[in-house]
Design a protein around this ligand. Structure first.
Ligand code: G4P
Length: 532
């Protein structure tokens, strides 16, 4: 049954309202994998949390799957996990933790409606957290802050609040407040009910024990001065207008804060409740022309990630689509906006870490994996009914460059196919020039670890091992044909064409770039990040 475009189907609206689609942003080691498991455990999606002891030998958590990820203990790929909690459907989209994959993370954050900023209590806001926070700010994503590892000695809660306010510009509005000093943690005050949530250690957090709640009177008797201090601090926060306010949160003025010990399961249920109660549901999304396609209109979505080789037994190619409007039904024929061609969605899946299940239907906010969707590229829109195109996903300015060749010249076909595929997936940016020839493309990366992924994938997925050589450039500027002609005479600058048709001028140092600008002020040398 096809929904008439533009009309709000009640079922679509009901389902969209139930959706909470979010990502966790954090610095590596803050406890993202631990929290992911704890959330699933509490939502009863899995029965036992994998022990996260020691990076090297630990059992992979449900959200990472590549061998390389496990070896390094970092998350390279993105997985989407869906689970139900209360009457909501929660989509947790995993973000790569390492800074080298920030382009990938940016794309993931374009597919979610809120972010959980996970902070290690003893470290505060670390570099990668701040970088990711900046992306959330650019995207106007509401941010919920979780202070993790509160079971261990860390910073003072009030100092952490100051740091959040100073560095993010958001006013922290704690939903819970710790009782007891760092290292002697007794529990938290639930600031909305004024109850005491007692901190009890469960064995490795492996059981989803219900938190023990007692009244303020009981807490005062049991905890004495620790309770008194905490209530005074909490009242101080209220006087300073640091209570949760939904409108201010959604307007990106405030961030609700929760204190947790993910590894012990403490505070996890409250995180889920906060997502359900306060995080925004899937709403109408702005398209490339600036208008909003209502969630109740016919199906539409966009690809925010493309990935191959997720299943070692069949070398498949999955396009992850964020559903923006309407009902997705497996087998439906949609239109691929970029080519205008019909696209059959016969093989659609929900992805649950390594596990997959067939997706028969999906609703706004959901993520579906379209298998063998090799026509789809990152950023592409698909739709049913009235055409729609969502804004293109931004490409970062590459800062590392390597020229690559096939290690075995007889494999140039596999080489070409592999490079094109990795380009489609957004793993790396691919640039070419007549001078260098087709067999020696230049790869551009935001972080050098992307090159390791390329090497690994080229060898194992495409059977075309590569040789590569670093190029001495650090800066890329967008240029045009006229400027490229002039730059072509400068031996210090190289101009290449990226596969999306953008001409990039590469410079070895800021100093070289400045000299060129000084000598040729007429040239177009645009900053890729700011467009100036
Ligand atoms: P990540 O995905 O953000 O990189 O972090 P991950 O979950 O792997 O957690 C990093 C380390 O922090 C893990 O220890 C994990 O057990 C620990 N951790 C996570 N949450 C908490 C918490 O609430 N309290 C405490 N005390 N620790 C937490 P690890 O890598 O296994 O090292 P180790 O703890 O065995 O030394």
């Amino acid at each position: 049954m096809t929904q008439p475009t533009g009309l709000s189907a009640p079922e679509v609206l009901t389902e969209a309202r139930r959706r909470r689609t979010f990502a966790v942003i954090s610095h590596p080691d803050a406890g993202k994998s631990t929290l992911t498991e704890a959330l699933l455990l509490h939502a009863r999606a899995i029965t036992t949390a994998g022990a996260t002891h020691g990076k090297a030998g630990r059992r992979g958590t449900v959200s990472d799957w590549m061998a390389m990820e496990q070896a390094r203990g970092i998350s390279v790929t993105s997985a989407a996990i869906q689970f139900e909690y209360r009457d909501a459907v929660i989509n947790l989209v995993d973000t790569p933790g390492h800074a080298d994959f920030s382009e990938d993370t940016f794309r993931v954050l374009s597919a979610v409606d809120a972010a959980v900023m996970l902070v290690d209590a003893s470290k505060g806001l670390e570099v990668q957290t701040m970088k990711l926070f900046e992306v959330c700010r650019q995207r106007n994503l509401p941010v919920i802050t979780v202070i993790n590892k509160w079971d261990r000695p860390g910073a003072e809660a009030l100092d952490l609040m100051d740091e959040i306010r100073r560095r993010t510009g958001l006013i922290p509005t704690p939903l819970t407040w710790p009782v007891g000093i760092a290292g002697d943690f007794r529990g938290v005050i639930d600031r909305s009910s004024h109850e005491f949530v007692r901190f009890t250690r469960t064995a490795g957090g492996a059981k989803a024990a219900a938190p023990e709640r007692v009244s303020a009177a009981v807490a005062a008797a049991d905890e004495g001065d620790a309770w008194l201090t905490a209530t005074e601090e909490s009242e101080l926060l209220a006087e300073e207008n640091q209570d949760h306010d939904e409108a201010r949160f959604l307007a990106n003025e405030t961030t609700p804060v929760l204190f947790a010990a993910a590894v012990l399961g403490f505070g996890v249920q409250h995180i889920l409740d906060t997502l359900v109660d306060f995080a925004p549901a899937a709403e109408a999304r702005e398209d490339a022309s600036g208008s909003h396609r209502p969630v109740g209109s016919a199906f539409s979505g966009f690809v925010f990630k493309v990935q191959s080789g997720m299943n070692a037994s069949h070398r498949d190619h999955v396009a992850f689509v964020r559903v923006c409007s309407g009902q997705f039904r497996r087998g439906m024929i949609v239109t691929h906006a970029a080519s205008g061609r019909p696209f059959a969605t016969k093989y659609a899946q929900h992805l649950f870490g390594r596990e997959r299940e067939v997706a028969d239907e999906a609703w706004p906010g959901d993520i579906v994996g379209l298998v063998n969707a090799s026509a789809l590229r990152v950023g592409d829109s698909i739709f049913e009914g009235d055409p729609v195109e969502y804004p293109p996903l931004p490409m970062f300015a590459p800062e590392h460059f390597r020229v690559v060749r096939s290690a075995d010249t007889s494999k140039h076909k596999q080489f070409r196919r592999g490079i094109d595929q990795l380009d489609h997936e957004g793993v790396i940016q691919v640039m070419r020039s007549e001078l260098r020839g087709d067999q020696a493309p230049v790869l551009g990366a935001v972080g050098p670890m992307q090159f390791e992924v390329v090497e690994e994938r080229m060898t194992h997925d495409f059977g075309a091992a590569i040789r590569s050589e670093a190029l001495p450039y650090q800066i890329a500027r967008r240029t045009d044909r006229e400027s490229a002609e002039i730059l072509g005479h400068d031996r210090q600058v190289e101009v290449l064409m990226r596969s999306d048709g953008t001409l990039l001028a590469l410079f070895s140092t800021v100093w070289r770039l400045r000299n060129t600008v000084r000598d040729h002020p007429e040239l177009l040398l645009e900053d890729l990040a700011t467009g100036s």
